[in-house]
Design a protein around this ligand. Structure first.
Ligand code: BV8
Length: 237
């Protein structure tokens, strides 16, 4: 409890707070994460699924995986933790959010300055000509209406570069931050996992599992993102 009390003070004193979130930020919305016991990668090996090779060599499996991801997403929505972060931005307590998540929940909850480092599941595009497609067309396994190419979600697959503007904005803000909150991530994925080390400010890790990953932070709070954020919000209000 004392850590959360201290963290609530850091958040109020900070002039430039940046947040980095991962899949653990959305599990309370009903979206599985990747590496926990109930995560997506339990049944699938990411590099054989979420990669360009998989999309080219095994489009059926690729399509099946992302169809399931899109259908699961359609039944979920942001939880109180997403709304609290959006409220903190409106109140000047948070400057921006860099997210590894592709669910769009931070923006849906009202956050304005969100850097989607790994793209967005619902932004469908043609893997051939790059023109936008619709989720409906993707789900029906239709081809691109312009060039007949295969449709794909606008997510960053393993082996692909991150969107330049999102990465540069996140890096710029991390360097300026005097407080970085890292929420719901195992920090296994490069280069997003490098961001917390880019700041000269204080760093706090809020995660269900804190052993190992939590070391190297100024503070590690073990718990569920939504619950910890609600507790902090009560202390700050
Ligand atoms: C690139 C989109 C170069 C798709 C994703 C060997 C060593 C090191 C690196 C590499 C290597 N071989 C290859 C690499 C690079 C590779 C990489 O990092 N691989 C890893 C797996 C070893 N990275 C890349 O390929 C990146 N690109 O490097 O390009 C380049 C440069 C120039 C030109 C060309 C190429 C691209 C990486 C992006 C991949 N795309 N997602 C999709 O979603 O389908 S990654 C995927 O993992 C998701 O985005 C996810 O968000 C992300 C990270 O995972 P986490 O968010 O951390 O989720 P995880 O389940 O792991 O952890 C959740 C945590 O939350 C857990 O700790 C859990 O305890 C906790 N939790 C759960 N519930 C809660 C909670 N905490 C609090 N509250 C809760 N309720």
């Amino acid at each position: 409890m004392k850590d959360i009390r201290l963290l609530s003070e850091w958040i109020q004193q900070s002039r430039f707070t940046v947040v980095l979130t991962g899949a653990g930020m959305s599990t309370e919305s009903g979206l599985p994460d990747f590496r926990s016991k109930s995560g997506w990668w339990k049944n699938y090996d990411p590099t054989t699924i979420a990669s360009v090779d998989a999309m080219v060599a095994n489009y059926s499996l690729f399509h099946e995986f992302y169809t399931m991801r899109l259908k699961t997403l359609a039944g979920c929505s942001p939880h109180r933790g997403h709304y609290i972060l959006a409220d903190w931005e409106a109140r000047g307590l948070v400057h921006s959010i860099a997210t590894q998540n592709v669910d769009g929940f931070h923006k849906a909850a009202g956050s304005r300055r969100v850097y989607e480092l790994h793209g967005s599941l619902k932004s469908i595009r043609c893997s051939g000509c790059g023109r936008p497609g619709t989720v409906e067309d993707f789900l029906e396994r239709a081809d691109c209406r312009c060039c007949g190419g295969r449709l794909r979600p606008g997510v960053v697959l393993f082996g692909e570069a991150l969107p330049q503007d999102a990465w540069n904005s996140a890096l710029r803000d991390m360097k300026k931050a005097d407080l970085v909150l890292v929420i719901g991530t195992s920090l296994q994925v490069y280069p997003a996992n490098q961001l917390p080390s880019m700041t000269a400010g204080k760093t706090a890790f809020i995660n269900y599992e804190v052993q190992g990953t939590g070391s190297g932070f100024d503070m590690a709070v073990q718990g569920k993102a939504g619950e910890v954020l609600a507790e902090l919000d009560r202390m700050i209000k």
